[in-house]
Design a protein around this ligand. Structure first.
Ligand code: SF4
Length: 256
């Protein structure tokens, strides 16, 4: 059955402002093993993983290792895998090492066009390679991040993956996220956050930010105008429709 963004309106009204755990439980009940958490081992994603694990929700955690991540990020992935016993970390990698890519195409991240290709090759392509494995990918985007994310809904679509993108923290304010982290010291928190990195990506394209800067000022600082890598459809303002199994679509949306 073909699903469009409009078909999700009632579902989004139903879950608007809902407890993130209710959205996680609904996702697990609806999609079972066909749903996974997509995490880059940043603060909000760590909270999604912690909520799911504490509730005994057995999700895969899909992590894309671009080959140029900070050692702290890889250590966070390993810590999460070791401490969240209900979750199973699945690491994806690009076809070529960064050294092979650079030998064949040069240092792509130094230009805006090159960055788009590099992010596609090293972040989006490994995910597309598992298209069909999952019908729903949970991620941790929040409206109060602003920019393209200011309108993010709990349920949206990803045509590239032919899957739902589900954002259980969409309506969660920053203060609530901070409170959760303060109350739960066992969240697998990337130590880079306490080293001046509000958001974290590949090390060549991520710097710390000053207190007077926007949170994402440290992402692609060397490339004016680049804010996102494109792995999240919300950041590309992509129109989308996906095809779901009829029984699954009925579980998700009710009889149509
Ligand atoms: S963030 Fe930089 S290094 Fe990482 S994939 Fe994108 S352009 Fe390449």
């Amino acid at each position: 059955m073909r699903i469009t963004e409009g078909d999700l309106a009632a579902l989004n009204r139903r879950f608007d402002g809902a407890d993130p755990l209710d959205i996680l439980r609904f996702t697990r009940a609806t999609f079972g093993d066909r749903a996974a958490i997509l995490s880059s081992m940043q603060r909000a994603g760590a909270v999604v993983c912690h909520l799911a694990d504490r509730a005994g929700l057995a999700f895969d955690v899909v992590f894309v290792d671009t080959g140029v991540l900070h050692v702290e990020t890889l250590a966070t992935r390993d810590a999460l895998a070791g401490s969240h016993r209900h979750l199973r970390v699945v690491t994806l990698q690009p076809e070529r090492t960064f050294a092979q890519q650079t030998a064949e195409e040069g240092l792509l991240y130094l230009s805006k066009e090159g960055q788009e290709r590099c992010c596609d090759l090293r972040k989006s392509a490994p995910l597309r390679a598992i298209r069909g494995r999952y019908d729903a990918l949970l991620s941790a985007l929040r409206r109060d991040e602003g920019g393209e994310r200011a309108e993010v809904q709990a349920f949206s679509l990803d045509a590239d993956m032919n899957a739902l993108r589900i954002h259980p923290l969409a309506a969660l304010p920053r203060e609530s996220l901070d409170r959760y982290l303060a109350d739960h010291p066992d969240v697998a928190l990337n130590p880079l956050h306490s080293m001046g990195f509000p958001t974290i990506g590949c090390f060549p394209c991520t710097t710390p930010v000053r207190p007077d800067e926007l949170e994402r000022a440290g992402r692609w600082r060397h490339l004016a105008g680049v804010e996102y890598c494109g792995i999240n459809p919300v950041d590309r303002a992509a129109e989308a429709a996906v095809d779901l199994d009829d029984a699954l679509a009925t579980r998700l949306l009710g009889p149509r």
